[in-house]
Design a protein. Structure first.
Length: 384
């Protein structure tokens, strides 16, 4: 960041108002990608106006809130604006939001966190100050919440890669399927619906060819309301995905990463609506690091992985996973397939270190969110 945090004014309503803006930002989940999820609350003399960022190419949160104020007959001059991300300062698909606030004559802007986009990076706040608008930053806990809502956007802007979240449904003894591959359903309906909510917040859902051939999943969002479907991504080195695979069916789009983007099956897959991307790495294997970078270049902020134990292990060994999203069912399976085919290890000190972020009961199951080393390093080195 190039800007400096201004001193936060002691205004008792600031935290409450910013909390409302953060709730508005959550309404952009599944809507605004690849743009960040931003909420805006404008507070005037006896009135309030709300807005959140719309679809890419649509209005940003600040403009939506200004429109709402004017539609209700309120003059935004002299008002205070609470926004969960620094107002943008560049011309993208829409004009700069900082200019809209300056033109509206607002008196004060409270931002939760700076924008990590190099095209903004403090310039929005600087232009507000130059225009004579008072600028304050929200309290640290609210800044942390604002960053968490946009963890994928921050990751893509600052690391050049999406935030990678690996979802696993398992028994209490860590088994994801019986030895014969049967896995439906280990967890209950509430956990499955919660998993769909995490799919919704992701720009793409990734699986491997083993899962496609064994389960023929759709990988779409069905159990919660969704305006858009995430991109469905398949890791398929030898291009064995059948053109009849359900994840290729609309709505939404499908992308197959392969080492063989030429051959007899290519045209059938393209005719079925799949896009193909060839990424041959060392020893003829698919280059997973290049795949993650390519997904970032496609505007994917959060990548949701629902794969089998082999692909899970490959992603973990490569250090590409930031977060584990594990649903644990209150049952014991014994022999069966593990979460990831890692090991065997000779020493406990060789185990992959995790950090629990949260544990929550979802229906009859438990949801565990844990950070991997890559995620820990990114979160822990983030500015407050």
């Amino acid at each position: 960041m190039t800007h400096e945090r201004g001193p936060r004014q002691d205004r008792p309503n600031d935290d409450t108002s910013m909390a409302s803006a953060l709730a508005l930002a959550e309404r952009s989940i599944g809507l605004s990608d690849p743009n960040p999820r931003v909420g805006c609350l404008i507070v005037g003399d006896g009135w309030r106006a709300e807005g959140f960022t719309q679809e890419a190419g649509g209005a940003h949160a600040e403009v939506m809130a200004l429109r709402a104020a004017r539609a209700a007959g309120h003059d935004p001059r002299g008002s205070t604006v609470y926004v969960t991300l620094e107002p943008c300062a560049h011309h993208g698909r829409t004009p700069p939001c900082c200019d809209a606030l300056v033109d509206a004559g607002v008196a004060r802007v409270v931002a939760a966190v700076g924008d990590p986009n190099p095209l903004v990076a403090g310039q929005g706040l600087a232009r507000l100050r130059t225009a004579g608008i008072a600028v304050d930053m929200a309290a640290a806990p609210l800044a942390v919440q604002a960053r968490a809502i946009n963890i994928g956007f921050f990751s893509r802007m600052q690391r050049g890669r999406p935030w990678v979240r690996m979802k696993v449904a398992a028994s209490l003894d860590g088994r994801t399927a019986l030895p014969n591959g049967t896995s439906q359903w280990i967890t209950g309906q509430a956990a499955r619906a919660d998993g769909h909510a995490w799919r919704k917040r992701s720009g793409a859902v990734l699986t491997g060819i083993g899962t496609v051939l064994a389960d023929d999943p759709r990988l779409d969002v069905r159990m919660v309301e969704a305006l858009h479907q995430p991109l469905r991504v398949v890791v398929d080195s030898r291009l064995r995905t059948p053109p009849t695979a359900r994840l290729l069916a609309p709505p939404g789009e499908a992308l197959i990463y392969t080492t063989e983007d030429e051959g007899p099956g290519v045209e059938g897959l393209r005719a079925a609506g799949a896009a193909l991307c060839g990424l041959r790495g060392e020893a003829g294997k698919l280059d997973l690091v290049a795949m993650i970078a390519d997904l970032a270049a496609r505007g994917i902020n959060e990548l949701h992985v629902e794969a089998g134990h082999r692909l899970n292990a490959s992603l973990l060994r490569t250090g590409l996973v930031d977060e584990l999203l594990v649903y644990l069912a209150p049952k014991l399976i014994g022999l069966g397939r593990e979460m990831a085919a890692i090991g065997p290890l000779e020493r406990l000190s060789d185990a992959l270190p995790l950090r629990f972020e949260s544990v929550q009961r979802i229906g009859e199951d438990l949801r565990v969110n844990a950070l991997l080393p890559a995620g820990q390093a990114f979160v822990d080195t983030a500015p407050p």
